[in-house]
Write a protein that binds this ligand. Sequence first.
Ligand SMILES: O=C(O)CCC(=O)C(=O)O
Length: 196
Amino acid sequence: MKSLLPREFEELINDDGTLTYFEHYSDETIETVTEGLVWRNDFITMYGKTHPLPRKTAWHGVAGLTHSYSGINMVAVEWTPILLKLKNQLEADLKTKFNSVLINYYRDGSDHMSWHADDEKELGPNPIIASLSFGETRSFQLKHKFDKSKKIFNLPITDGSLVVMGGELQHFWVHKIAKTAKPIGPRANLTFRYIH
Ligand SMILES: O=C(O)CCC(=O)C(=O)O
C-alpha cells in the first residue's frame, strides 16, 4: 500500500469545499483498469433532443446497487479485481468507504463532460469523491456557482493521478472535462463514490 506523504498532495481549493490533488498516486495503466468492464450504452436528453453520451461509461461496485444521474438509471455490476484493489487502497488512504465506481472513458478529444455537480441526493450532503485518472492528460475545470469574481480553475490531470473532492464542493462548484481539438489518445476516469 502506498503511503501518502504530505509532500505528495496539494490542496488546490479550500474555499466552499475542498479539492486535493495527488500526482502519481497509482501505477496501474489505462489497459489494466479497464479490463473486464461492462460498458453501457446511455443516452442523454438535452433541450428536448436525445443524444448518445459523449463518452463511454461503466458502473461497478456492490452488485445491484442503483444510482441515477441526468435521467440515466444504473444498476452496478460486481467489482472487477482491479477496481476492488483500487477501492481498498483508496479507503485505507482516505479513511472513508466507497461502494461503487463510475468509469468515464474519453475515446479522444471530442469526448467530454459538461458542467455539472455531483449533487444527487443518494450521494449524501457532502460526499467525498475520489477520482482516479489514467491515460491522456485532460483539463479538469471548476467554476464557482455563485461568486463570479472567482476565476475558472484549470487542473491538467495526469496519468495515475488522484483528485479528491470533499466538503461542500458540490454545493458551490461545478466541474467539467472540456473538449479539445488536439489529436489525443484515450483517458479513463474512475470516480469512487458511496451511495446511501
Ligand atoms: O473525467 C473526469 O475527471 C470528471 C468525471 C466527473 O466529472 C464525474 O464523474 O462526475
